[in-house]
Design a protein around this ligand. Structure first.
Ligand code: IDP
Ligand code: MG
Length: 162
């Protein structure tokens, strides 16, 4: 039992997920939260914020050489962003699967972008693409004390570990 608990604890990850201004304006917050929640992942931080353009540039700094960078940062800072941190085993990689491909035309049906978006410039959601970016993005958007550590009642049923 102890080994199972240790293995479970070692697999726990956190990822940064944000509903962009288009997703917020289209009333998709609850739909998107539901998909992560129903999967069995745990919500540990939320905030709704209009980021400044400078902040958007920090968030997307990896893309600064791309032709769409300026427009992308204008868009992210154009309205409210619903920022979240989700926790769970494999949540970084699986979160990206729930989200779907960057271009909604290439996202599978059943994914968030596949079901709810049409064009790449309005693909409604962001998700960290790996452990390093997850750590950096959580640190950019949230103070440590804004992350809530708790045991959810569902955990023993989701993971089969007490
Ligand atoms: P991701 O959001 O799936 O991780 P990235 O390549 O990191 O995709 O790009 C970040 C965001 O930049 C995308 O979600 C999308 O909004 C935008 N973007 C990516 N490629 C293009 C493009 O070719 N044209 C316009 N916007 C793009
Ligand atoms: Mg990305």
């Amino acid at each position: 039992m102890l080994q199972e608990q240790e293995a479970h604890a070692a697999e726990m990850e956190r990822t940064f997920i944000a509903i962009k201004p288009d997703g917020v304006q289209r009333g998709l917050i609850s739909e998107i939260i539901s998909r992560f929640e129903q999967k069995g992942f745990k919500l540990v931080a939320i905030k709704i914020v209009v980021p400044s353009k400078d902040f958007a540039k920090k968030h997307y700094h990896d893309l600064k050489e791309r032709p769409f960078f300026n427009g992308l940062c204008d868009f992210l800072s154009s309205g409210p962003v619903f920022a979240m941190v989700w926790e769970g085993e494999g949540v970084i990689k699986y979160g990206r699967k729930l989200i779907g491909a960057t271009d909604p035309q290439k996202s599978e049906p059943g994914t968030i972008r596949g079901d709810l978006a049409v064009v790449v410039g309005r693909n409604i959601i962001h998700g960290s693409d790996g452990p390093e970016t997850a750590k950096d993005e959580i640190g950019l958007w949230f103070k440590p004390e804004e992350l809530v550590s708790y045991t959810s009642n569902a955990e023993k049923w989701v993971y089969g570990v007490n």
